[in-house]
Design a protein around this ligand. Sequence first.
Ligand code: ZN
Length: 250
Amino acid sequence: MTRHETRLISDEATIRVDLAAALRLSCRNGWHEGVANHFSAAVSADGKEFLVNPRWVHWSRVQASDLILCNADDPSTMERPDAPDQSAWSIHSALHRNLPQARVALHIHPPFSTALASLRDPTIRPVDQVTARWFGRLAYDLAFGGIASEEEEGERISRTVGNHRAVMMQNHGVTTFGNSVAEAWDALYHLERAARTMVMAYQTGQELAVMPDALAEATACEWEAYKDAEIAHFEEMKLVLDREEPDYKD
Ligand SMILES: [Zn+2]
């Protein structure tokens, strides 16, 4: 099969628009950090060809046509004039090489998730409906090895993820996954909301009312019946962008 044939060409334009929207929306929520962090989405059937945001372009300005197409198996990628950020390559090439089920990977340091990741115990406990969504469904990487400039950092993160939809990266941030940008972005939204609740609950100094495991598991299962709401959430937010900053699609 040629490189051309392995790509799902009909989907690439749509994925570009969705990934640009996810970057713009995350910026509007104040989750971005300078011009760092990176979102990626596979466009080939084998998951190895992926789009990633351009190096050091502010997320408020990213357009669909700016996204860089990379191949996770091509080590010459970092020699290209439009090479992505080194840590973007280290993390996302490993994720797309090792986790073909993770079509989309959103890596970011949003305020509340990062505050939680800075604690000795960064566990999200089931204390409300949103935190319970993550019960048994969040991987924890407790072995931060410095700013991800080495391939091994990405390899270790992808080993930790397994089949989970997100990973809490201690001393670092979070990464969420999905079959679509909509799924991964909705996961990011609800992970940051869960982290916000944990941080605010801890701030009271009061004891947490942690749900029994059976109730937490039942609540997490109930979320899975709301899959359509994940898509609706992202589609609604794209309509807001369409009204207020439609150039993300260009
Ligand atoms: Zn990072």
